[in-house]
Design a protein around this ligand. Structure first.
Ligand SMILES: Nc1ncnc2c1ncn2[C@@H]1O[C@H](COP(=O)(O)OP(=O)(O)OP(=O)(O)O)[C@@H](O)[C@H]1O
Ligand SMILES: [Mg+2]
Length: 458
């Protein structure tokens, strides 16, 4: 609602109509005037108005009646009532019925203008609020986790609940789905947030190293152990220990882990002293641990100890509504980081992203956008800025297959396919046969022959 507000005035006094119209028009508002309630209502049904000013006493209708009708049919229209001097009761009734304000006769044009300016301001604030709220809802996320899909909303709820407890959490999900981010979110929302957050990637270390890394060692425990060293469990005391890729842990270390979980106690490698720790454990794995149990490579008892609260992160392809939200987030992130002005991504490119299955999940999308922005010349990410596998020939082939899906002899289907495919490549090259032949891997002569034989139109 800018200055070009549409205002309707209903008043039976010609002088009043003229004065108000002049005053409001000279402020830049668009004003329509009518002299009866019926005409006013007819106009309200036809044209959009922001504000209605009406006299309470009209020859044909009661101003209150008009107010009620307008509030029912167009609740967004602000109504200002003009009452006669001394009729304070009707003014109160009017406000109760939803009038935005009232004026008592006689009133000055300044009074009227002040009321209108106030209404405009309120409306602007309301609109601004709504925009902000929409933005917040759209951006709904937690500790940097982006996503508004129902699956992610459930995960946010779960994170909020369990971060208030000390239970062990097992996060499962494909590569790049955000397991580490969720672990971070749990720690930094928990009561332990001021304590240490220690991470260990179990797949990065060979068995013996992992053991000393987790539990520490005493001086002389093995050749080269010149000093006593504290392990990650000890370092995480009063905080959180995040064991990433826990599915990779060897059977020997699994036994030790089980003991810590049961007794909250352990000994350093090569030592006898029993050490007690107060640690919250969060584990993550890409592997299906149930399958590993069946294969005999993961202890069932340990699994149940770790899986007190399971969080299963959905792959990106199962929550497509988050793809563009994440894309926008990464565009902002990387354009800022690289100091480039990027205003967005073309619709065509968006459609490609929406169709792509993202085997590498959010990390893959993130890398894609980072690369696109690094190489970007313009301001908008286009299809060509995305990796080729997104716009390779796959979609064309699928489309053609759809066209010829009716059952028919193979030779006929092959011919049809050939025709459609060559035609689509010719379209892509805008009829340039040299280029088309190159893409198709055939000579120009062969292409010509095919065009004739298959009756391809160019
Ligand atoms: N919901 C999300 N919102 C924003 N960024 C995300 C989200 N989920 C993941 N990411 C980003 O995607 C990348 C991968 O996330 P993360 O490392 O947490 O995944 P992961 O499941 O641990 O992957 P991997 O199994 O490969 O270790 C990170 O750069 C992270 O910042
Ligand atoms: Mg990870």
């Amino acid at each position: 609602m800018g200055n070009r507000l549409n205002i309707l005035l209903i008043d039976d006094e010609p002088l009043m109509r003229m004065t108000v119209q002049d005053a409001l028009e000279s402020e830049g508002y668009r004003v329509s005037v009518v002299e009866t309630g019926q005409k006013g209502l007819a106009l309200l049904r036809k044209d959009p108005f922001d504000i209605l000013i009406t006299d309470l006493k009209l020859p044909d209708l009661d101003g209150l009646q008009i107010l009620k009708e307008v509030k029912m049919t167009h609740p967004e229209i602000q109504v200002i009532l003009i009452t006669a001097y001394g009729s304070i009761d009707s003014a109160v009734t009017a406000m109760k019925e939803g009038a935005s304000d009232y004026l008592t006769k006689p009133f000055s044009m300044d009074e009227l203008l002040l009321i209108i300016q106030r209404l405009v301001r309120i409306k602007q604030l309301e609109e601004e609020n709504l925009r902000l709220k929409e933005k917040m809802e759209e951006r709904y996320g937690l500790e940097g986790l982006i996503g508004k899909s129902p699956q992610m909303q459930k995960i946010y709820d779960l994170i909020e609940t369990i971060s208030q407890t000390d239970t062990t959490v097992l996060i499962q999900g494909e590569s790049g789905t955000g397991k580490e981010m969720v672990a971070n979110a749990i720690h930094f929302r928990s009561l332990r947030k001021n304590g240490p957050f220690v991470k260990v990637n179990c797949s990065a270390l060979p068995e013996t190293l992992l053991e000393t890394e987790l539990f520490g060692h005493e001086k002389g425990a093995f050749t080269g152990a010149l000093r006593q060293r504290k392990g990650r469990f000890e370092l995480a005391h009063e905080g959180t220990l995040f064991l990433d890729e826990v599915g990779e842990v060897s059977p020997a270390v699994q036994v030790k882990l089980l003991r810590v979980l049961q007794e909250r106690q352990f000994e350093r490698v090569g030592g006898n002293e029993t050490i007690s720790v107060n640690v919250r454990l969060i584990c993550a794995t890409q592997k299906d641990l149930k399958e590993e149990i069946q294969k005999g490579s993961f202890r069932e008892d340990l699994y149940y100890r770790l899986n007190v609260v399971p969080i299963s992160l959905p792959p990106l392809r199962e929550r497509r509504e988050d793809i563009l939200l994440l894309t926008e987030h990464f565009i902002k992130k990387f354009s800022k980081k690289m100091g480039k002005e990027v205003s967005g991504i073309s619709e065509e490119a968006q459609n490609l992203l929406l169709k792509y299955p993202f085997p590498g999940n959010i990390r893959e999308l993130e890398n894609m956008i980072e690369r696109a922005i690094a190489l970007l010349k313009g301001r908008i990410i286009q299809v060509e800025d995305l990796p080729e596998e997104l716009y390779g020939q796959q979609p064309i082939i699928q489309e053609i297959c759809k066209k010829i899906q009716e059952p028919r002899p193979l030779a006929q289907a092959v011919n049809l396919f050939e025709k459609e495919y060559i035609q689509s490549i010719l379209q892509k090259t805008k009829g340039k046969k040299g280029q088309a032949a190159e893409i198709l891997g055939i000579s120009r002569k062969t292409l010509w022959e095919k065009i004739k034989e298959l009756e391809i139109e160019i």
